[in-house]
Design a protein around this ligand. Structure first.
Ligand code: SF4
Length: 379
């Protein structure tokens, strides 16, 4: 995840470079349940409104949580499916808080209502993230449910009314790009704390057509807009977080933006971005699915590292006999193609490996989702 606001602040008000602190254990995104009341077009868990068999039971969840705490996992992001459909979501969340995790809830927002808002507020989640794919009908079409935009927005407002930090997660596609400016306007209109731009795990058409690729052009335009908006909020003193996910080339693209607009900060921002280090799948980010299988991140559900029902999470995570995990943990990663020869590997870390695996059947091939031109990956 690229924390744009943080680096924009660094550009405007640089702070000294501190020694790098490597986290002991990863942030865990935990899909507690696959059931969902919606059937979104881009859902990576292909959820639907039925009970899925063999999901972790509450006692199993509590045991895993204890193991995660012992391993010093700092953050749990409770997700689904729709986590609010889990019959024990509040007990599970309460236990996570008691154990001292930073606990976030990732929800579609439609089930946050007057009936449960007091319970949600009582948990004291550090953050609630609500997915919105556009305004009104655009969102409803993606979510395949009329009225879901209004329901999600009502959920966001209820959270705000109850003092809960809340943000929007917007997954960019060609079908909702026209709503992007309106999404940023919604941030202002509703005074929302955080905006998460999630890139679709789009593979592109490869190197040959990179310059003309409509998705890449769209992404660049959106990123330019996002930088401008972020700068404006920072200059206005509005404390609003913008982060992006699923395309670590965003950080390199931002560095080029800094070079153009704040050349005096180029060296500083480059050093800060290198310290961050780019893609963290399999290192500082982990995923546990609803059945207990562990994955390097949420897009690797077809690659299991082991199951927490039968093996301790820490053991699974530290086991480098899995060649994918061994490669993800390597510095530098064994990258090939244009990622292998890219001068910004230290910032991007080869981006999203699952795209390379899906398009080239090789997890170390170049990331086909990199929207940077050749001259932008060379110093
Ligand atoms: S070429 Fe690869 S490593 Fe370089 S910025 Fe693009 S995705 Fe990242």
């Amino acid at each position: 995840m690229f924390r744009l606001s943080q680096y924009m602040r660094e550009t405007l008000r640089p702070t000294p470079l501190k020694p790098t602190r490597k986290p002991v254990a990863p942030v865990v995104i935990w899909n507690l349940i696959r059931r969902c009341n919606l059937t979104c077009k881009h859902c990576y868990t292909t959820s639907t409104n039925i009970n899925f068999p063999n999901e972790l039971t509450p006692p199993e969840i509590y045991q895993v949580m204890t193991d995660l705490k012992a391993y010093k996992v700092p953050v749990l992001i409770l997700s689904g499916g729709e986590p609010l459909l889990h019959p024990d979501i509040f007990a599970i969340s309460e236990q996570a808080k008691t154990l001292g995790f930073y606990v976030a809830l990732s929800t579609n927002g439609t089930l946050i209502t007057e009936k449960n808002i007091n319970k949600i507020a009582a948990i004291n989640y550090q953050y609630v993230g609500v997915s919105l794919d556009g305004i009104g009908a655009t969102h409803d079409k993606f979510r395949q449910k009329q009225g879901s935009f209004e329901d999600s927005l009502a959920g966001i407002r209820l959270c705000q009314k109850n003092g809960i930090k809340v943000g929007i997660r917007f997954t960019l596609t060609q079908d909702n790009v026209d709503d992007f400016p309106a999404m940023l306007q919604l941030m202002d209109d509703e005074n929302i704390d955080k905006f998460y731009l999630s890139h679709l795990n789009y593979g592109g058409r490869g190197n040959k057509n990179r310059q003309d690729d409509a998705n890449f052009k769209m992404t660049r335009t959106v990123m330019d807009h996002l930088f401008t908006q972020c700068l404006q909020w920072e200059q206005q003193g509005i404390a609003r977080e913008i982060v992006t996910g699923n395309n670590d080339a965003d950080a390199v693209y931002f560095l080029h933006w800094v070079k153009k607009h704040y050349p005096q900060q180029l060296v500083h921002i480059k050093a800060k971005l290198e310290q961050w280090g780019g893609n963290a799948s399999g290192v500082n980010v982990a995923n546990i699915d609803n059945l207990g299988y562990v994955h390097p991140d949420t897009f690797w559900w077809h690659h299991s590292l082991g199951n927490v029902k039968t093996r301790n999470f820490a053991e699974i995570w530290q086991d480098s006999s899995d060649s994918l995990m061994a490669g993800l943990k390597k510095t530098p990663r064994p990258l090939e193609g244009r990622c292998g020869s890219c001068d910004y590997q230290k910032i991007c870390n080869g981006n999203t490996r699952v795209r390379a695996q899906q398009v080239f059947n090789n997890p170390w091939a170049e990331d086909p989702g990199c929207y940077l031109n050749q001259d932008e990956i060379m110093t």
